[in-house]
Design a protein around this ligand. Structure first.
Ligand code: GLC
Length: 446
């Protein structure tokens, strides 16, 4: 065998093995569509920010990072975290009642206080607060009992850890120190491995912005978690290694291009319990924001901030219950739906059933005449009010036999069938939705 044939053989072998290797690692991960199927259908989740910041009722972690309070004073809040009226079953029941299909709890915020009995460090609710208990485990149990998917929020950065480089906005512990950084990474991997024991359906990372993917070992984190549970899903805050996008507070104006996304939003203006913050959104506003997300194919992750004793503020309970009234009545037009049709066809929010044969219209204002759908090519089989069943009459106006432009479809919506928040109309189509999107010609034939 000549030297060059031998060389070629070696090259071919290398190519062969690296191909096998790459297909193998791709195969070890289940396709995103499969893992995120429940998430895509879930639509509503409840986020819970519970931590020592509720004691003074101040900004979670950021209040010391931004120097609004000294670190020492911030940490004094540990002594006020009692969890003495904590009732995880009640929490889970309320979350269920809101219509949420999943819930995400802050297991550790940027201040480093863990809600479980971590053997990494002593900064947790068992060892460092009068609660003296692991408050995470019973919540996971109660949530699962209610058939809720469980998400664990975990802050990658930890401003309390002695080996984490950043401490406050203007104070760093160090800039370059591989030994200390490695010790911190070990700590993070240790805590994450502990969290895998809860077998969460979702990991909700936060704080990734302070370090690169390489420094966090984001790729290794992803493979660790997916190895432990091949069905789990990760939010996007993992420097490019997550599964779905997480816009925050602002409802997207333009439909996000991401296939999977979730808007996380507070009920007032704070993530944690802040009794001074009375700027609550109304139930009606929250329902309309929720519908806005649904119409763009996304989820809403609505936040609550329990008190240090574990009770949920009454304003937040009222919102969850109010939302529950609406979601219960309209479930068929919420769960499993897909993004709606372009605004040119209906002046309002819309969504489609998964099989695209039902168009849902969300009417969030009192109409002063019949509703109008333009450019719908399908024949309409039936129209009814969701959660009420009333059949609605409709008629097509302005359809010319010689033109392919569909007529204007008018739907009567009597006042007595309208919902006090958002009325939902189901339009059952003959076949999958088919919209006229072409330019309208002057004349086709006459
Ligand atoms: C932000 C903040 C954090 C909050 C989170 C929720 O990233 O750092 O305080 O918990 O958003 O989405």
């Amino acid at each position: 065998m000549s030297y060059s044939t031998k060389n070629l053989k070696v090259v071919l072998l290398i190519v062969f093995f690296s191909l096998i290797n790459s297909t193998y690692s791709q195969q070890t991960e289940k396709p995103k569509e499969e893992r995120l199927a429940w998430f895509k259908d879930a639509k509503l989740g409840v986020f819970i920010h519970w931590g020592i910041y509720a004691v003074n009722g101040i900004d979670e972690s950021w209040s010391f990072f931004n120097n609004y309070i000294s670190y020492q004073d911030y940490m004094k809040q540990l002594h006020g975290f009692t969890a003495k009226n904590y009732n995880p079953t009640q929490w889970a029941n309320l979350i269920k009642e809101s219509g949420a299909k999943y819930t995400v709890l802050t297991t550790k915020h940027h201040d480093g206080v863990a809600l479980w009995n971590s053997k990494y460090g002593t900064l947790n609710t068992v060892k460092a607060t009068p609660a003296k208990r692991d408050v995470l485990t019973p919540f996971v149990k109660a949530a699962r009992k209610n058939n809720l998917k469980v998400g664990l929020y975990y802050s990658l950065l930890d401003w309390s850890h002695p080996d984490y480089p950043n401490f406050t906005r203007d104070k760093k512990r160090y800039t370059n120190d591989d030994t200390r950084w490695n010790s911190f990474t070990k700590f993070n991997f240790g805590q994450l491995t502990e969290l895998t024991k809860y077998n969460p359906d979702l990991y909700w990372f936060d704080g990734d912005w302070e370090q690169s993917a390489q420094k966090w070992k984001a790729k290794e984190i992803r493979s660790l978690l997916l190895r432990k549970n091949p069905n789990t899903i990760l939010n996007s805050r993992l420097q490019g290694y997550g599964d779905y996008a997480t816009p925050e507070q602002g409802v997207p104006i333009v439909k996000p291009s991401d296939k999977f996304w979730e808007l996380c939003m507070t009920m007032n203006k704070s993530w944690g319990f802040q009794p001074n913050d009375k700027e609550y959104k109304s139930i009606n506003q929250i329902i309309r924001i929720f519908v806005d997300c649904i119409s763009m194919g996304g989820n809403l992750l609505l936040d609550i901030g329990p008190k240090p004793d574990g009770t949920i503020p009454k304003e937040q309970v009222a919102i969850l219950k109010g939302l529950g009234r609406w979601t219960k009545k309209h479930k068929e037009a919420i769960y499993g739906t897909r993004a709606g049709i372009p605004k040119e066809h209906f002046n309002g929010y819309t969504a489609l059933s998964k099989d695209k044969t039902i168009l849902y219209l969300y009417v969030d204002n009192k109409p002063n005449g019949p509703l109008l759908i333009k450019g719908l090519k399908n024949k309409v089989n039936r129209i009814w009010v969701v959660g009420n069943g009333t059949k609605l009459s409709h008629k097509v106006i302005g359809k010319h036999y010689w033109s392919s432009v569909p007529g204007l479809l008018y739907i009567d919506l009597p006042e007595k069938v309208q919902d006090k928040d958002v009325t939902v109309i189901a339009v059952l189509l003959k076949g999958k939705i088919d919209l006229y999107r072409e330019k309208v010609k002057a004349i086709e034939s006459n």
